[in-house]
Design a protein around this ligand. Structure first.
Ligand SMILES: [Zn+2]
Length: 127
């Protein structure tokens, strides 16, 4: 089993619950389209990619970490099997948590960055 994560605070019925203010979102769409939720970055887990985290700030000033595996279905293109981290073609974006740029390398990690861009561009609800 994984170590303790923020997700274990999430109730069964909600997609996500903020551990600080208790706000909850029933679906992934509700979460992503909430103007009070902002993607801030990606915390890479290089041994097992899908156990990395996307980091979101909530308007109550908490950072919420959600597993990459909860969003990977947003990407449908090819997934490169080789890891290029640290090679000449690697721009090192995955080493910077606050970096939200797409990666040009043909690297196993690149698709996660594509998913992140989908999250970053998700249309926000206007009230
Ligand atoms: Zn909150």
């Amino acid at each position: 089993m994984d170590a303790v994560t923020a997700e274990q605070n999430t109730s069964r019925n909600a997609f996500m619950t903020c551990s600080k203010c208790g706000a909850s979102w029933s679906t992934r769409n509700a979460f992503l389209s909430d103007p009070g939720v902002q993607l801030v970055g990606y915390q890479a887990h290089f041994k097992k990619l899908v156990t990395g985290f996307f980091l979101f700030n909530h308007s109550c000033k908490t950072t919420m970490a959600l597993k990459v595996s909860r969003f990977t279905d947003f990407y449908e293109g090819p997934i490169f099997m080789k890891r290029r981290t640290g090679s000449d073609e690697c721009p090192g974006y995955c080493l910077r948590e606050d970096c939200k740029l797409a990666c040009p390398a043909e690297c196993e990690c690149a698709y996660i960055r594509h998913v992140m861009i989908v999250l970053d561009k998700w249309p926000k609800q206007t009230s």
